[in-house]
Design a protein around this ligand. Structure first.
Ligand code: COA
Ligand code: MG
Length: 288
């Protein structure tokens, strides 16, 4: 499991030179450099060249860097991979993954080049078939994370946008459960109305409650909300510290259970408490 935070995962169109250059210092935990839907057909070839060059000279620090290529079934996918390989990408985000075979095909291509020997694979979960096959996809070779593609999913499901996302809940939860089952990162879909901060906050909170590690974002104005919502709160950090202290005391007395704030604390709560503190430390290490 990746121990870095993934609260905010910003899409940057691979064709936008200015955005690529400006974004090295943004407060985003991870970046998806996009060659797929954010890049127009006429710009595909230029974008992949530009991105490969920029990734080799710009320093985006310790944050996770994913490159979303076009699907290998398209006319651009293979060339995207070949050109981007020069930049030794840490991860390729594969769109439109319907079955494990799509990941396996990419893994074979990565196996074939020394430049991509260490490259991990992330999968977009954005089709009904992909959602139904999420368990086998999450277990496929090199898999390190999933990203929900909620716009594509809503389109294929024929469902309506609602603020509670009730029509999408099963489609969100199946891939999330698949990711948790194998211990890989799971990131929620984008919130399209990038100027609506309250709407974004509500959707981040829903994703956080469900267990997503963070949210994909389309605009830097969305970073602060996602970073805040997906971070452990002061109250959670305080509670975790007190649970660990109380449990240590109980253990020293030969007891297996402690009580904090009128609630029972057992071994399993300590696992969660330690995860909360580890996440807070990882966030602090990002330099915020
Ligand atoms: N990443 C990095 N920087 C971004 C950015 C992004 N996703 N979106 C906007 N910016 C930058 C702009 O370059 C601009 O910087 P500048 O003023 O120095 O030129 C600044 O933020 C303000 O941008 P703004 O004018 O508010 O946005 P816009 O109207 O130009 O663009 C979008 C709005 C939605 C088109 C744009 O944010 C975007 O392309 N987002 C990504 C879309 C995407 O990747 N989609 C695929 C996945 S769903
Ligand atoms: Mg998509």
């Amino acid at each position: 499991m990746d121990t870095r935070p993934f609260r905010s995962v910003l899409y940057i169109p691979g064709s936008k030179e200015r955005a690529l250059e400006k974004s090295t210092g943004l407060a985003t935990d991870a970046i998806i450099f996009d060659l797929e839907d954010a890049v127009a057909v006429d710009e595909k070839a230029n974008a992949r060249k530009l991105l490969a060059e920029k990734l080799q000279v710009l320093d985006y620090g310790a944050r996770a860097k994913l490159v979303r290529i076009n699907a290998l079934s398209t006319e651009w996918g293979a060339a995207d991979l070949e050109v981007i390989a020069e930049a030794r990408p840490e991860a390729i985000l594969l769109p439109k993954v319907d079955e494990a075979a799509h990941v396996e095909a990419l893994a074979r291509l990565l196996d074939a080049s020394p430049e991509t020997a260490e490259t991990r694979i992330w999968a977009m979960m954005e089709s009904p078939l992909g959602v139904l096959n999420a368990a086998e996809i999450a277990r496929a070779p090199r898999m390190a994370g999933i990203v929900m593609g909620t716009n594509d999913l809503a389109k294929d499901m024929g469902c309506r946008f609602r603020t509670d996302r009730l029509p999408l809940l099963s489609a969100l939860q199946l891939p999330l459960i698949a990711a948790k089952a194998v211990g890989i990162v799971a990131v929620d879909g984008v919130y399209n109305a990038f100027k609506d901060e309250e709407g974004l906050r509500a959707e981040c909170e829903q994703g956080r409650d469900m267990g997503f590690d963070g949210k994909t974002l389309i605009h830097p104005a969305q970073l602060a909300v996602a970073n805040a919502v997906f971070a452990p709160s002061e109250a959670e950090i305080d509670l975790a510290s007190r649970q660990i202290a109380a449990f240590d005391d109980a253990t020293a007395r030969g007891e297996g259970v402690a009580v904090v704030d009128g609630k029972i604390v057992e071994n399993l709560h300590i696992v969660t408490a330690k995860q909360v503190l580890a996440k807070a430390e990882a966030i602090a290490a990002m330099g915020e």
